[in-house]
Design a protein around this ligand. Structure first.
Ligand code: ADP
Ligand code: MG
Length: 395
């Protein structure tokens, strides 16, 4: 799937409308932006467009969940202010996103960058209403989508609008298409997939898709115990999804048929209770004594996983291998993270908590790509078509 990018079209003297993801966290009491990562992430695309002399650049985003109503605390004024500081040129913030007043304000604006009001003040946005999408499209000559986090939703600003304008991707979307879309669709082999995190049920779609592509599947984290249980191994009080034991068993059989090598933990770090444990031990094999809880992979497993990953050309990692938020239970996730970083092969990281783990261990710059989509990343890794990407023009 080759989609047209902002680099493939003429911007000069054009009115450009761009969907960005400025859904930043706000302090509940003061309304101050507590983390502007999403704004800074969009700067390369914004700066590229501005350098190419558009007539104007109109930005649009949602913020929070106003559910189709105007909510004063979810207006975009603080976002406009922060953006203005970051790009060091004035940003005109409008009080609505469609209508004749908005059009007139864009026409007469002396500022080159305009930020429309929160799209979700209109219920038509999430309903992907065609008239609303047409109204958004009528504001500009070119549509750019750089909001990966909402690309899995067919909303007016992410999908509908693309039907009425030349529609291309921004740089953030380009990267996701290249590294999550293309690299996982036809990966450079061997492909090893590391899966962890809390639940089998969250990741089963990813497993199903990647079983058709992967050479090796390494399973750790909370979901490993349902897999171990399905093989008749005792797991004590470790995390278990009882209703997924059969599914885990089937998955392992499927993997065998497809010649995918599956690697499960062979030892664990176990505790008597997760908070303030009295006992912390390493098991000598895969089985976990009654009453004990596995919170991380053990040292033998770390070595086993490293050996399984060593010869791969692409590594896709989704889900921490232990309760890494607690430093005492972080060794497995850290060791495997550092190993992947050191291997220097193509490494694609997905999942909010996995991204936090990579950041916690200072490995962000050493990974090839860290997908920032949350739900969108997961669906993309499941091999699903994301409406926000599908709607863009083919190359
Ligand atoms: P991601 O957000 O990267 O997709 P998940 O949300 O699926 O990952 O899972 C992350 C959570 O899994 C983390 O909060 C971590 O503490 C938890 N986890 C990892 N290993 C275990 C374990 N052995 N037992 C319980 N929870 C675990
Ligand atoms: Mg998570």
């Amino acid at each position: 799937m080759n989609k047209k990018s902002i680099k493939d079209i003429q911007i000069k003297d054009k009115l450009v409308i761009m969907r960005v993801d400025f859904n930043v966290p706000l302090d509940k009491k003061t309304g101050v932006i507590t983390d502007d990562t999403r704004i800074t992430a969009a700067l390369p695309t914004i700066e590229y467009i501005l350098k190419n002399n558009p007539k104007k650049l109109i930005l649009m985003t949602h913020l929070g969940r106003p559910d189709g109503q105007v909510k004063e605390e979810l207006r975009l004024d603080p976002v406009a202010k922060r953006l203005q500081d970051l790009i060091k040129s004035p940003v005109k913030k409008l009080n609505d996103c469609v209508g004749s007043k908005v059009k007139a304000a864009i026409d007469s604006s002396r500022e080159q960058v305009i930020l429309l009001e929160n799209l979700r003040f209109h219920s038509e946005e999430e309903e992907n209403d065609a008239d609303f999408a047409k109204e958004l499209a009528s504001l500009a000559d070119i549509y750019v989508n750089d909001a990966f986090g909402t690309a899995h939703r067919a909303h007016a600003s992410t999908e509908g609008v693309a039907h009425y304008l030349p529609a291309v991707s921004g740089f953030l979307l380009d990267k996701e298409i290249e590294y999550v879309g293309r690299s996982l669709e036809s990966p450079e082999k061997p492909l090893a997939v590391i899966l962890g995190g809390s639940k089998v049920s969250d990741k089963i779609g990813v497993i199903e898709n990647l079983l058709n592509k992967a050479d090796t599947l390494v399973i750790g984290g909370g979901m490993a115990y349902t897999f171990l249980k399905s093989q008749g191994i005792s797991i004590g009080n470790s995390k278990l999804e009882k209703d997924k034991i059969d599914l885990a068993k089937d998955t392992l059989e499927k993997a065998k048929k497809k010649n995918v090598k599956v690697v499960l933990p062979v030892d664990h770090l176990i505790v008597d209770r997760i908070d303030e444990p009295l006992k912390i031990e390493t098991t000598k094999d895969a089985s976990i004594p009654d009453g004990m809880i596995a919170v991380d992979i053990g040292p033998k497993t770390i070595e086993l996983f490293k050996n399984a990953l060593r010869d791969s050309k692409t590594i896709c990692w989704n889900g921490p291998l232990g309760i890494f938020e607690n430093d005492k239970y972080a060794a497995g996730t850290k060791a495997i993270g550092e190993f992947v970083a050191r291997l220097g092969v193509k490494s694609i990281i997905g999942g909010g908590d996995t991204a936090s783990a990579v950041a916690k261990f200072g490995l962000e710059k050493k990974m090839t790509h860290i997908s920032t989509g949350g739900g969108a990343s997961l669906e993309y890794m499941e091999g699903k078509v994301l409406p926000g990407i599908a709607a863009l023009q083919d190359k």
